[in-house]
Design a protein around this ligand. Structure first.
Ligand code: SF4
Ligand code: SF4
Length: 311
């Protein structure tokens, strides 16, 4: 999967078009891209001679072939349009009320990860976090995100940094958008180093605070190994959407170590889906804009077409 476009196209179609969500995918492995050290915004350092740019092909907002990515990552396509591919959804609580940290502790102890990329808020307003690599569960504790905005920033660059440190099993906790970019890099035909990523945990996101968030339709982190959703479960419990074998391995290890306990193996998903559907509906409308389809000489709006279809 490679598209013949590069950094100038990325600037015009994504960055200047207000679609960028500062995920850091474009500058994770490309020396011609960087991010602003205060705002986290991506920028082109120097125009390169590439016609097939890694930056453009890594960006979740340049194009996102969901079906192709799913086939390559999971070997199957989703049945649930809103949740994505998954093996199981369970409701859990943690011994210390910190479910994400329990998963991280289990992943380190089980040898699934040797380091973890987390966001470290820089205190700026609006909130921006920069990637921080930690090497044990104890150091991870103070950086475990409590909300999606704790992750807002170029976290995918942390994968590139860990790769440069010769790490082989790299974990990341990030927002759905970060993992869209990382998934594109993982399934691309570029040689990067992203394949050293061994665990991707998504923090489900009902809405973010960046301008580009209004075009986002991924609530749960569809390209993760495990998604963590505090939405749809009573506090301090959460839903875990387990998508892959490695996700299952970490959850099983956390259960065996008694770090987490399953409170409901078949939870009611209706509450979570309320948040999920609200976000998807609203942002699909923003994406579609005023003109939904052009049929020969006529433009149909979302509302017009809805009326026609419902007759
Ligand atoms: S990869 Fe992420 S940071 Fe880079 S332009 Fe795309 S959305 Fe913005
Ligand atoms: S809404 Fe959440 S997942 Fe979507 S782009 Fe914004 S921060 Fe990322």
């Amino acid at each position: 999967m490679k598209v013949e476009k590069s950094s100038q196209d990325l600037e015009n179609e994504v960055i200047y078009a207000g679609l960028c969500i500062h995920c850091g995918s474009c500058n994770a492995f490309c020396p011609h891209m960087d991010f602003n050290q205060t705002t986290g915004e991506a920028f082109v350092v120097d125009e390169c001679a590439e016609t097939v740019g890694l930056c453009y092909n890594s960006c979740p907002r340049s194009f996102l072939p969901i079906k192709e990515i799913e086939q390559k990552l999971f070997g199957e396509s989703r049945i649930d349009l809103g949740v994505g591919v998954y093996k199981d959804i369970i409701q859990v609580k943690a011994k210390n009320d910190d479910i994400l940290h329990a998963l991280v502790e289990a992943a380190f102890k089980e040898g699934v990860i040797e380091c973890l990329v987390l966001g470290e808020p820089n205190g700026a307003k609006p909130a921006v976090s920069f990637p921080k690599i930690v090497y044990n569960a104890k150091d991870a504790k103070k950086l475990i995100p409590q909300k999606t905005m704790d992750n807002a920033g170029p976290l995918v660059t942390g994968i590139g940094q860990a790769y440069k440190e010769y790490k082989k099993n790299i974990g990341i906790i990030a927002n759905p958008c970060h993992l869209q970019g990382l998934a594109k890099i993982l399934v691309s035909d570029f040689n990067t180093g992203a394949e050293k990523t061994s665990l991707k945990i998504a923090f489900a996101c009902s809405s973010g605070g960046m301008a580009g968030c209004k075009y986002c339709t991924d609530f749960s982190g569809e390209f993760s190994d495990i998604s963590y959703s505090p939405w749809g479960a009573p506090k301090p419990e959460a839903l875990l959407i387990i998508r892959t074998a490695v996700g299952q391995k970490v959850v099983d290890a956390a259960k065996k170590m008694k770090l987490i306990e399953v409170t409901n193996p078949n939870p009611d998903l209706s509450e979570m889906k309320k948040f999920l559907n609200k976000k998807r509906k609203k942002n699909f409308k923003t994406l579609l804009g005023k003109s939904l389809v052009r049929a020969k000489y006529l433009d149909f709006s979302y509302d017009e077409l809805k009326d026609i279809l419902e007759e």
